[in-house]
Design a protein around this ligand. Structure first.
Ligand SMILES: [Zn+2]
Ligand SMILES: [Zn+2]
Length: 253
């Protein structure tokens, strides 16, 4: 999209997308994605080890946005972004320590937090501007930078078993002119939250939480849409907020 050339390197429109979910077992009270990790025991679905498992297959469509590696690396080294990362990391350590987990592991990194926040802002914008049912749009964040990998993408897709998004609507919104407009609106909207200044001032270190400037009024999405329970979100990484102005990825758009 015009205006975003230096931030976004590629947009893929996925007209057909297939999501397969398989049921491998159950957990009680704590889920493995809830920080329970190795401690949580997964109950098997049968007395003997099964030779097949129940699965569902849903067809949908999606938009994959790949971000510029250079822009991301430059941004990751900005002092203000580094200090935001330190705050998020302290929140992460506190959160895990309170649950008796190793505080030093599993921090997904500042890149994940940035891409994740952008994905949420886009999902909300799609819902607000285009009438999509936000609960039927899902996200997938690709931000693994371990072992020399350099992932930098988000996938926004509809894979709900209803009619939303099976008619080419979402793919159409991914076309440059539409996506540019949606992104710009999403960024404008996210500068100020209805819960500001409380939202912008929220520091994950003080209450050992996993999100910074983020709340239900600005960047949370429904549980069915988010792949990690509305964690690791911070508007300050995307745009300047009332509290932090120097850590924004999108500057000069
Ligand atoms: Zn907010
Ligand atoms: Zn999410």
């Amino acid at each position: 999209p015009t205006g975003f050339e230096s931030f976004i390197s590629r947009v893929l429109l996925l007209e057909r997308l297939r999501e397969v979910n398989a049921l491998l077992g159950f957990t009680r009270i704590e889920s493995t994605s809830d920080g329970g990790g190795q401690r949580t025991r997964r109950a098997p679905i049968g007395r003997t080890s099964p030779t097949w498992v129940p699965a569902t297959q849903v067809h949908g469509e999606g938009i994959f946005v790949e971000f510029s590696e250079k822009a991301l690396v430059d941004w990751e080294n900005v002092p203000a972004a580094l200090s935001q990362e330190a705050e998020l990391r302290r929140g992460h350590r506190g959160w895990r320590a309170r649950r008796g987990l190793d505080p030093n592991s599993d921090f997904p990194g500042i890149r994940f937090a940035l891409l994740h926040t952008i994905a949420h802002l886009l999902i909300r914008e799609l819902a607000l501007d285009c009438g999509y049912n936000a609960a039927s749009i899902r996200e997938r964040v690709y931000a693994d930078t371990s072992d020399g990998k350099s992932q930098a993408g988000i996938l926004i897709y509809t894979a709900a078993a209803d009619s939303d998004g099976t008619l080419g609507g979402l793919v159409d919104l991914g076309k440059p002119a539409n996506l540019g407009r949606l992104l710009r609106q999403a960024l404008d909207r996210s500068r100020v939250c209805a819960s500001d200044p409380l939202c912008a001032e929220h520091n994950p270190r003080t209450d050992s939480s996993l999100h910074a400037a983020s709340c239900h009024a600005c960047s949370f999405v429904s549980e069915t849409s988010c792949e990690c329970g509305n964690r690791y979100l911070d508007r300050a990484l995307v745009v300047p907020t009332l509290q932090v102005t120097g850590a924004a990825f999108f500057t000069g758009t």
